[in-house]
Design a protein around this ligand. Structure first.
Ligand code: ADP
Ligand code: ZN
Length: 519
């Protein structure tokens, strides 16, 4: 490692040493190499381009999709004495002209630019006249059309490489599953770039997945354990965000709603409060969070299934950046997977893309139903091995029991079959449990041979069985309309008595945990 790099690290940034791969990345880019940096949120990506920009001649151009964040980054850099500026739509003409002048005069170490601004003929010609130290492409996964952060302009960034082949490029992201990584390399023409892959493990985050039975009460219990702490509660829909925020506010929780349906000023104000005030609970869709740098977010709770494991990992990664204990909690219900499957099917994506999305959803459901260490499962998804159990996830702390569910599963499958594969789980469970409902009578289901054969299990246990039969692919749902359960070919061996089935025993009704971790 060069002395100049260490020297700058200490004297400008005030850190004693590099973290993880930082030192190697800084050296590589300083020497003119291209780099793809995969580092979890909070890992310290910014330094990987800020420092080499200071060590090289000229201005480091930072492409970032996050206008809100540019201001924060630039303020922080200026406080360190670094000559930094940004160009985006929040500046008026005179301010922008001033930044451009400084850029041309070689008075900037770092210049943050939104991609759409960077690609304008005006800015490209400015860059022709200036001296450029490096190009940093932040949030590089925005180039991937499979992700929810897709930015079409990112696709055009290969132009940088074509016009300025001698300027090193460093692309950075915290989203790093193999398909996304391949896409970044391909779309940004980074085949020659050296890849720096950091461990994605976040040992201070405790992962818990809870089958959802009474979602509202489960959320209250969870928040009771985190009273006074800052956190994020993710919901799938705007409507649920609004309703949940209101519910929490009524309970005296300082909750704010955040989603793309709110106007920009309201969103900015709520984001600012979340960052500046203590103990705010942000109830949000995934519109909230990218680039939020708040070190003391103590929890991230998902009330609905996220869309994929990498989305989940990124969202939960916003917790505990300061390294102190934090909690990621996911409530998961049978309906979630059905709903997400239907959303995929109803979308107008290509068949190829739908297949890919179904695959991602399968991985996510596998994670939820797994009895193995959550951390191992998560890291394995990102191609990383974790030695042994982590001791800091629900499955490690309270190893789940399994039970021989062969008989129950057979009853469930037969009952789906006997009722004509036209009903959802709620009705089939009613038939199994011999319930006397209007719907049962309407269809004459009290006369079926499977009526009442499942009284030995309660409603909750049956829901667990159906959820897991869906997850294991023995059942699927009719996606065209009503979400009716249907048998798949996988169900046959079980019905024929050729195989047995062991299922996870859902934890007993969640008792109130004693206290929050650490006290
Ligand atoms: P990322 O962009 O990967 O999410 P940041 O670049 O925002 O992460 O860095 C996360 C935190 O780590 C910041 O508060 C930053 O100041 C701190 N940090 C980065 N590098 C170091 C280092 N070498 N030593 C100590 N703290 C560091
Ligand atoms: Zn574990």
């Amino acid at each position: 490692m060069s002395d100049a790099a260490l020297d700058t690290l200490r004297h400008v940034f005030g850190y004693d040493r590099f973290r993880g791969e930082q030192g190697r990345i800084v050296d590589h880019v300083r020497d003119g190499g291209d780099a793809l940096v995969l580092m979890p949120t909070g890992g310290g990506k910014s330094l990987c381009y800020q420092l080499p920009a200071l060590l090289r001649d000229g201005t480091g151009i930072v492409v970032s999709p996050l206008i809100a964040l540019m201001q924060d980054q630039v303020d922080a850099l200026r406080q360190l004495g670094v000559r930094a500026a940004f160009l985006n739509s929040s500046l008026d003409g005179a301010e922008a002209a001033q930044v451009e002048r400084q850029f041309l005069a070689g008075e900037l170490d770092l210049l943050y630019v939104a991609p759409e601004r960077l690609l304008t003929p005006r800015f490209l010609s400015l860059m022709e006249q200036a001296r450029i130290a490096l190009f940093a492409i932040d949030e590089a996964h925005c180039v991937s059309q499979w992700g929810h952060d897709f930015r079409p302009e990112y696709r055009q960034l290969t132009l940088l490489h074509e016009r300025w082949p001698g300027v090193p490029r460093i692309a950075l992201t915290a989203t790093a599953d193999a398909p996304t990584r391949r896409e970044i390399v391909e779309r940004l023409a980074l085949d020659e770039a050296r890849q720096f892959v950091s461990s994605f493990d976040r040992p201070n985050i405790r992962y818990t997945v809870a089958p959802r039975d009474d979602g509202r009460r489960q959320l209250f219990d969870f928040l009771d354990r985190h009273r006074g702490e800052s956190g994020i509660v993710y919901c799938l829909s705007r409507r649920k965000v609004d309703a949940t925020a209101e519910l929490l506010a009524q309970r005296g929780v300082p909750a704010l709603a955040y989603h793309a349906g709110l106007d920009g000023a309201t969103r900015a104000e709520r984001q600012r409060r979340f960052l500046r005030e203590d103990g705010i609970v942000m109830v949000a869709t995934i519109a909230f969070g990218m680039g939020i740098d708040k070190p003391d977010v103590r929890f991230v709770a998902h009330l609905d299934l996220p869309k994929s494991l990498e989305g989940y990992y990124q969202e939960t990664g916003r917790a505990g950046r300061d390294g102190d204990p934090a909690e990621a909690w996911l409530g998961y219900g049978m309906g979630d997977a059905v709903l997400l499957r239907r959303m995929i099917e109803d979308g107008d994506a290509s068949e190829e893309r739908k297949r890919l999305e179904h695959g991602k959803l399968d991985a996510l459901i596998g994670y939820c139903e797994s009895t193995a260490c959550r951390r191992q499962t998560l890291l394995a998804y990102f191609g990383e091995a974790h030695a042994g159990d982590c001791g800091n996830c629900d499955n490690c702390l309270q190893p789940p029991q399994t039970w021989d569910a062969t008989e129950a599963a057979r009853k469930a499958l037969s009952c789906v079959y006997r009722t004509g594969q036209r009903f959802g789980a709620a009705h089939v469970i009613d038939v199994l449990r011999g319930a006397d409902t209007a719907k049962v009578r309407q269809f004459g289901h009290e006369t079926l041979s499977t009526y009442g054969i499942g009284r030995d299990l309660d409603m909750r246990q049956w829901r667990g069985v159906f959820r897991q039969l869906l997850a294991a692919g023995l059942l699927d749902t009719d996606l065209d309309g009503h979400g009716a359960l249907r048998l798949t070919a996988e169900a046959t061996p079980l019905l024929r008595g050729e195989r047995s089935l062991h299922l996870r025993m859902d934890a007993p009704k969640p008792e109130r945990r004693r206290s929050r971790q650490g006290d």
